[in-house]
Design a binder for this molecule. Structure first.
Ligand SMILES: NC(=O)c1ccc[n+]([C@@H]2O[C@H](COP(=O)([O-])OP(=O)(O)OC[C@H]3O[C@@H](n4cnc5c(N)ncnc54)[C@H](OP(=O)(O)O)[C@@H]3O)[C@@H](O)[C@H]2O)c1
Length: 293
């Protein structure tokens, strides 16, 4: 079954779910995991210069045998070395990834470029205008960071990739309003955190009730993770996830076949999420000291 797509504000399209090579694969050889993910149906691969494994992501893509045109590849600008620009850094990434272009190039962390965010965004536009990437966007940008680059942008960011799940949904509202105003697609990493990193919160019983209802409606198993992924899909959010296990990769992709949540169930998830504010990737979003993400 083809992975469904989201349309970006630059008229390109992206598969709504991506396989990430950070977190569990951060700094590790991602070759095997990437090949397995592609062979089992993932077409969107999410990498980053900072993950220190773009060469193995490239090797995994090559070994999959999948034509380039059927894949969607994302990488992210890390800290700039002296003399480098976003464009020259992307040229180095393309060599490691063994491709001529990426589909999406994100500024990984606003806080890596404090005081020169506008110049960085102009450099991102230069990379796109040179044809090295189809789309450009950002990651871990607050509404203030977005406002800063929007002052100079001739191309608005297509995507902002953030820690998104129900326990941060309320706090994200100022950023999400700006996304709506500029048609910036919200992308979620750490989306399963309430279930895999922070169990015991107010969301647990709500997700379990919805899971039970959906499994009954479907007539076959539905996992708690699929409930959250379905919630994201229905909200038009691009999910970036990962797994070391084939069965989980298949489960993630099977979310397409899970029946839809009702508007009341979506409201229940957001109401339960609003009872607890909890970030699991604080180092990522609020300081320039980010490790293992
Ligand atoms: N832009 C950024 O700053 C940033 C930051 C963080 C992450 N990311 C990107 O997002 C990707 C995904 O991040 P994430 O790991 O936070 O995604 P996630 O979707 O929140 O979590 C995926 C992890 O959850 C585990 N998992 C899933 N279902 C489970 C279950 N039922 N029981 C126990 N464990 C379960 C998986 O482990 P198994 O191997 O056991 O399946 C996997 O390691 C990263 O690889 C990276 O590409 C970006």
């Amino acid at each position: 079954m083809p992975v469904s797509q989201l349309t970006l504000n630059d008229e390109t399209r992206t598969p709504w779910i991506a396989f990430g090579t950070g977190t569990a694969l951060y700094g590790k050889d991602a070759h095997q995991a990437v090949t397995v993910a592609i062979r089992n149906g993932f077409t969107h691969l999410d990498g980053a210069q900072q993950y220190n494994n773009e060469d193995s992501l490239g090797a995994g893509i090559a070994a999959s045998g999948k034509p380039r045109s059927e894949l969607y590849i994302t990488t992210k600008l890390g800290e700039l070395k002296p003399g480098d620009t976003p464009k020259s850094a992307l040229e180095e990434s393309l060599g490691k990834l063994r491709v001529d272009y990426v589909d999406l190039y994100l500024v990984h962390h606003a806080l890596s470029h404090v005081g020169r965010l506008k110049d960085i965004w102009i450099g991102m536009e230069e990379a796109r205008n040179a044809g090295l990437t189809k789309s450009i966007g950002v990651s871990n940008f607050t509404s203030d960071h977005l406002s800063e680059i929007l002052e100079v942008a001739t191309i608005p960011p297509a995507i902002n990739q953030l820690e998104v799940h129900p326990y941060v949904w309320k706090a994200l509202q100022p950023t999400l309003s700006l996304h709506q105003k500029y048609s910036i697609v919200t992308s979620s990493y750490g989306g399963l955190s309430p279930l895999v990193r922070g169990r015991g919160g107010p969301l647990d019983p709500v997700v379990e009730n919805i899971r039970t209802r959906l499994a009954r409606a479907r007539g076959s198993a539905v996992s708690e993770g699929q409930v959250l992924h379905k919630y994201f899909q229905q909200k038009g959010i691009l999910v970036v996830t990962t797994s070391t296990k084939v069965e989980r990769i298949l489960e993630y992709l099977d979310t397409e076949n899970v029946p839809e949540l009702t508007p009341d169930e979506i409201e229940d998830i957001e109401a339960a999420g609003a009872k607890l504010h909890k970030r699991f990737f604080v180092n990522c979003s609020f300081t320039s000291r980010y490790i293992h993400i």
